[in-house]
Design a protein around this ligand. Structure first.
Ligand SMILES: NC(=O)c1ccc[n+]([C@@H]2O[C@H](COP(=O)([O-])OP(=O)(O)OC[C@H]3O[C@@H](n4cnc5c(N)ncnc54)[C@H](OP(=O)(O)O)[C@@H]3O)[C@@H](O)[C@H]2O)c1
Length: 421
């Protein structure tokens, strides 16, 4: 823990310190994949470790086999009293062929896949491109996750159809709000001009664009799933500003870095596992938090349609693939009041943090177009900010037509690249 968080985070921070176990949802029997999970100094490692500690079989994403195995060994060392189910998922996400091959292998050996957390990220100058001319930041941060989820869709859909609580979580950033509008005219539209004259560096613009694309991906994926009655939840998450390998390299020590990598694992884990995210589509109340425990039987991924505020989810016409579709409308931001409530002694971490988060009015680094809405609404397709609060995104991020066009362009780019290789 760092020493002096800003005032608006004080309560949540103190609760975090007091929470001996910030995550306690039983995910036994589930299979999860976390990309970029090899580095103990970064968020993905801690999300993978928590998921494994809570019973999931976890694929630890890394760009090389040695780094994946090293991370697995370290996790086992840290949790010597538990038999962790960990497997390497090796793919350098700059290379879409590796993404395809690794996900093909996963499909060949697993009968189910419940959780995908698209976490790996880089922020490089847009002048740095892959051999097929795409900015590496865009490929690693967005096109690789796009391909990954598409290629794994049959497994995800089958798991969901069989009653699994399937969730796709995209780790994004509040910085996505700096991009206003999108030009999607050609394959290279997603490359930021390195000569761009703007108060923000081209590197930051490129990173922001990749993070906007992830927010839009989660929203579009959710619409496609809803339209076809596939009970998958897709969400994007801003984890908070953490001191991690990447932020330290980019910015050095900063007083704004109020959280550790392990603290910032919380919101992604909340999106990936918290039962009430699915069952109510709203923030947990004291009642449903207290009722959730491993012996209550509520953690087995019991499925229900996503919140009807999203336009309803029909289970009547099952299909086995996720295709483009007009989809259901997303619900309005406010479907009711905050859950509120008291702490549960069974789940101190979740409850205290979520209750604390309900009073948060902003997120570090948020621009005037972002911020937190009232802590209620539907989680399906939502942009979630620290402590499980549903955040407000931008008009560009919410634009359904643009979302569909981005999806189409991304499919085309990925197909072209795989064909070229
Ligand atoms: N930290 C923050 O304050 C913050 C704020 C907003 C959003 N986020 C988001 O939260 C997520 C985690 O952030 P972080 O700060 O923990 O990131 P990080 O320190 O940079 O860690 C990123 C992880 O991604 C992996 N990775 C990078 N390039 C890869 C590639 N080509 N192939 C496979 N894996 C690759 C890295 O592996 P190597 O070790 O091999 O490089 C590392 O494990 C990111 O999506 C980030 O955008 C973070």
């Amino acid at each position: 823990m760092v020493e002096a968080p800003p005032q608006e985070y004080r309560t949540a921070w103190e609760d975090l310190e007091a929470a001996s176990e910030p995550h306690c949802v039983d995910v036994s029997g589930r299979v999860a994949l976390v990309t970029g999970a090899n580095d103990p100094g970064a968020i993905g490692y801690h999300m993978a470790l928590y998921l494994a500690r809570c019973g999931a079989k976890v694929y630890v994403g890394a760009r090389s086999r040695p780094t994946a195995l090293q991370a697995i060994a370290r996790m086992r060392e840290m949790q010597a009293d538990t038999d962790l189910l960990l497997e390497p998922f090796v793919a350098d996400l700059r290379d879409l062929q590796q993404v395809k091959t690794a996900s093909d292998r996963l499909k060949a050996v697993e009968a189910r896949l419940d959780i995908v957390i698209n976490n790996a990220a880089i922020s490089e100058d847009p002048a740095i491109k892959t051999e097929y001319g795409l900015a590496t930041t865009m490929v690693v941060n967005y096109l690789a996750p796009f391909l990954l989820v598409n290629n794994l869709q049959t497994l995800l859909v089958n798991t969901a159809r069989a009653g699994g609580d399937v969730r796709v979580v995209n780790m994004t950033s509040t910085v996505h709000t700096v991009i206003d509008g999108l030009n999607l005219d050609c394959t290279y539209s997603l490359n930021v001009d390195p000569q761009w004259k703007s108060p923000r560096t081209p590197t930051m613009q490129q990173y922001a664009l990749s993070k906007l694309a992830l927010v839009m991906h989660a929203k579009t994926l959710q619409r496609h799933c809803d339209a076809q009655g596939i009970p998958i939840l897709a969400m994007s998450v801003f984890p908070g500003f953490a001191k991690t390998t990447r932020t330290l390299k980019l910015m050095g020590e900063s007083p704004d870095m109020v959280f550790t990598a392990s603290d910032c694992a919380f919101t992604g884990l909340f999106a990936a596992t918290e039962p009430s995210v699915r069952t109510s589509g709203k923030r947990p109340s004291a009642t449903n938090m207290a009722g959730r425990s491993s012996e209550s039987g509520e953690t087995d991924g019991t499925l229900c349609a996503t919140d009807t505020a999203e336009g309803g989810t029909s289970m009547a016409e099952p299909t086995s693939t996720i295709e483009h579709g007009t989809g259901a409308q997303e619900g309005g931001p406010d479907q009711g009041g905050a859950g509120g409530g008291t702490d549960s002694d069974r789940c101190p971490g979740w409850t205290t943090l979520i209750t604390a988060g309900a009073t948060d009015s902003g997120t570090p680094g948020s621009s005037k177009t972002s911020g937190t809405s009232k802590p209620s609404g539907s989680y399906g397709g939502a942009y979630i900010v620290p402590f499980g609060v549903i955040g407000r995104s931008t008009a560009t991020a919410e634009d359904e037509t643009l979302g569909e066009r981005l999806w189409e362009l991304s499919s085309r780019i990925v197909e072209d690249v795989l064909w070229m290789l």
